[in-house]
Design a protein around this ligand. Structure first.
Ligand SMILES: [Zn+2]
Length: 263
């Protein structure tokens, strides 16, 4: 209390001396304080308005960050974040993940491989029946799709869509995600041509890379921000660590930002 009074007194002294500099001396420099301490404290409200207002959040960088490589989508466009699961469907991991999502009342996007869809069409039907969004992730995870001809790229994406449609007739496939995020202008163009928005991501905890369960949760928490699209995997290897991290990841993202479904 005493120290606060001293600070305020010092502040008023500065103001008083500023007044002197303006040619309106209020007291001689040698005289004691003209006011007792209590009025000095009450003088603080007149000082407060000169405090600069808090800086407004920087909007431009956030707007730029919504766009990923080659104008692909990497943010949701709203405060809520989105979950995406790649490389499935997988008979061991996908059902467990769907159980978790249903329990948390959360919708996600599944970026599926044509070969996997062909092997497990019932899992794709369950994904759709439970209200999740589908994303084409190429026929067999071709990282080098960009080096093929436009015709070959188109054939790969079409074949995958046809397999998805065979599993779930008439289902919408609003997104395409290039394996490894290795986008090329031709891949982006073909996916748009086939009615799919190119979908990138903003948060990648590298769950595919033997990352431990706590580390996956930690990385997502550290990287996530309003509107993030989070990349995780329900296929492509042992996903027990991802499945282990998901309850924490889902509940904390839901609490902090909300989780939205990409459409
Ligand atoms: Zn993938």
């Amino acid at each position: 209390m005493r120290s606060r009074t001293a600070v305020v007194a010092g502040l008023v002294l500065v103001l008083l001396s500023a007044g002197c500099a303006n040619g309106k001396p209020t007291s001689s420099s040698s005289s004691p304080l003209p006011y007792p301490p209590i009025p000095l404290v009450s003088a603080t409200p007149s000082v407060a308005p000169t405090t600069p207002p808090p800086a407004k959040p920087a909007r431009k960088p956030a707007a730029r960050a919504r766009i990923g490589p080659l104008n692909t989508q990497r943010m949701t466009g709203v405060r809520a974040v989105a979950l995406t699961f790649d490389d499935g469907p997988h008979p061991r991991w996908t059902p467990k993940l769907l159980d978790q999502l249903r329990q948390a009342k959360v919708k996600a996007t599944f970026c599926v491989l044509g070969v996997r869809v062909k092997s497990y069409p019932a899992l794709v039907r369950r994904i759709v029946r439970e209200g999740h969004t589908l994303c084409n992730h190429s026929w067999r995870h071709d990282l080098d799709l960009g080096s093929r001809s436009t015709g070959q790229i188109r054939a790969d994406l079409r074949r995958t869509n046809q397999e998805i449609q065979r599993a779930v007739p008439g289902v919408r496939i609003p997104y395409y995600r290039q394996p490894g995020g290795r986008w090329t202008p031709a891949i982006v163009q073909v996916s748009r041509e086939l009615g799919m928005k190119p979908l990138h991501w903003d948060v990648d905890p590298a769950d595919w890379d033997d990352t431990s369960t706590p580390e996956i949760s930690k990385r997502v928490a550290q990287q996530a921000r309003p509107g993030s699209i989070v990349l995780l995997h329900d296929g492509g290897g042992d996903r027990s660590r991802t499945l282990g991290a998901c309850p924490t990841v889902i509940s904390s993202l839901k609490r902090k930002y909300g989780i939205t479904r990409l459409r």
